[in-house]
Design a protein around this ligand. Sequence first.
Ligand code: A3P
Length: 321
Amino acid sequence: MEETEPYEDLIKSLPTDPFGGSPPPLHQYKGFWFRQLTLQGLLATHDYFIPLPSDVLLCSFQKTGTTWLKSLLFSIINRHSKDSLLSTNPHFLIPSLELQIYRGGKLCTPELLEKPSSSSRILSTHIPYQLLPPFVKDSDCKIVYIARNPKDFIVSLWHFMVSNRHHHPVSLQEAVDGICSGVFPGGPYFDHILGYWKESLESSSKRVFFVTYEDLKRDTAGHVRRLGEFLGCPFGVDDEQEVEEIVRICSFETMRNVEVNKNEEQLWANDERLIPRVTLSLKSLFRKGEVGDHVNHLTPEMIERIDEVAKERLSGSGLSL
Ligand code: A3P
């Protein structure tokens, strides 16, 4: 008898879009667009994940600085073992709920849910705030969100799709069309950002820390201190050297040159039942690491169009990117 896919009936009932022209299509779930594997992971996160009040959840849209922020959060919280970043890629120190742990709707890596004995559990997700499981929203866990300028984001994502074989290749124009229309893996991009932005402003408990890639670049040390404060592990006035060391270890230059991060074909979710096996080029996570690289790739027309959409979508929010 043929095995059914997790959440098959639900997924079959959703609107689809052939983003980029050939399979796999995107499925629209409660206003956001997902590939099947991701959506299965999201639904399983709803069904099975139980947050702990001490959890730290790193939330982001892909290609906005997730890997960097993972390194920073890991070393802020595990100050004495930050050297682990020199032998392990940040994505294996801070796993993704829907992409690694519950990938494809199956609990792939239960060991990654174990809480370290002496520190908080840190998990990550690309799930929009609007679609976080209610018990995550209602829990006391802390949320750190990173957002990025949409033009640099699109250029970063396009390069990433091209350099990872398992991603269906799209043209830069298709990627730009996607961010502007909202029909895009994980999109609409601006709705994703606004969900966390509004929560960071409204939340009376101040449990969402919102930072942009650009601000983090401008003042990394200042943000390391602010994050330490937010996460309940502040740095003292005498900890200048410790802060500088964290900034150095997590820097683009250090991380890109760490041997493990040069791996071109890392197995992603460790589950033999998942076919095809999904690999990730860790090297492709460290491309350029700069602010403003979009001017080297986007046409003036593309820039103008994205700027217009960003202005319209973010208007009245108090946020500009
Ligand atoms: P570019 O493609 O513009 O270089 P994510 O981690 O969410 O996938 O985001 C990837 C982007 O963050 C890439 O941007 C990547 O180069 C950049 N990045 C990765 N590590 C970084 C670091 N330590 N410091 C700054 N940027 C980093």
